[in-house]
Design a protein around this ligand. Sequence first.
Ligand code: SAM
Ligand code: SF4
Length: 392
Amino acid sequence: MLGKFWLPLGVTTNCMAGLYIHIPFCRKVCFYCDFHFTVSLKNKDKIVESICREALLRSDYLEGRPLKTIYLGGGTPSVLGLEELLQLFSHMYKILGCSNDMEITLEANPDDLTLDYLQNLKKYTPINRLSVGIQSFIDKHLIWMNRRHTAEEAIKCIEHAHQAGFENINTDLIYGIPQMNLDQWHFNLETMTQLNVQHISAYHLTIEPNTILGRRYKKGLVQETGEQLSWQQFEMLVENLGKKGYDHYEISNFAQPGFYSQHNTNYWNYIPYLGLGPSAHSFNGHSRQWNSCVNADYIAGVETGGAYFETEKLGANELYNEYVMLAMRTKWGVDKENLKEQFGNKYLRHFVSESVKFVETGHMVENTGQFRLTCKGKFISDYVISGLFYME
Ligand SMILES: C[S@@+](CC[C@H](N)C(=O)[O-])C[C@H]1O[C@@H](n2cnc3c(N)ncnc32)[C@H](O)[C@@H]1O
Ligand code: SF4
């Protein structure tokens, strides 16, 4: 049987769409982070204006498909004040097709989430989901990462979010931090689940070359967490959250029943989305577009009608590779019939024959035509999934 999210490409691309808005500002540089942001907030109002204008310029990109989700990501969207958020929403609602039942997520840092701010979000904006970057409940880790908040502030902000009436909250945690032992990771998981959040995203620390952490690593000042400890932390994550009723529905994502991230699930299901703001990506089923990562170029392009994004037309191999990459990350995996229907026998034969070795090694399982990663396979998912790609 197909998972309930899997629909043939032609169907999904015609019925709904998502909107991503990138807010490229942060108050402080986290040492590990390679996302696009600047800590100079001086162009905040210009960026908000340009994003509103970009929505107008690209309003037909989604070809009339109604928006089902809006995701304000970053960077740190919670650096925006209430007025800036209202300006964005009033433009989006006016220009793009919005409905009343949309999932609208704001990515936020704990230090921005005062009770007052949260109550205003709840009262005046349509935001109905928060995604809060907690990372760890151990101050030593937060200092090491150069985070702006303490563990106590992180706990307080989740309590405030509940108090303000938010009933759909995601929190991000990072494991595989050097010097993090199993007891500390266990403590973080226990603390998080006691806060009764509906959704948890847990990422293994990646040492990105273009970050302060990456430069320290290159100089030999930082050691990567060993594979065995990383594996033990991943295993603990899956077991612990599973026991507490969180469904492990994507490699890094866990949800209480009814609280899958609709926006991200739509990405994994190939549903079109428009990305506004510097560095944002867009996808319409056949091509990808990505905006300039230079804020000044983005603003100038939007304001003067110059080029501010690039486009890549996706060929059959890229579409297949992307489909496999996204589907295999989820608990539904790849369905043979669905793969054949969308890509034909050539790609089906390739997928099935490349899967054999991973099934033999216990990294994948097949059950009535559905192929999924096992826990062991999820741990090295990049390696396994790239082994299923079609290369010419
Ligand atoms: C784009 S950030 C935005 C969240 C928000 N600005 C914050 O930091 O609270 C989304 C999440 O990606 C994760 N992340 C970013 N860089 C990472 C890295 N190098 N390794 C692991 N996780 C990372 C963090 O958990 C972070 O909360
Ligand atoms: S983790 Fe969040 S707050 Fe830190 S630099 Fe990245 S986007 Fe900004």
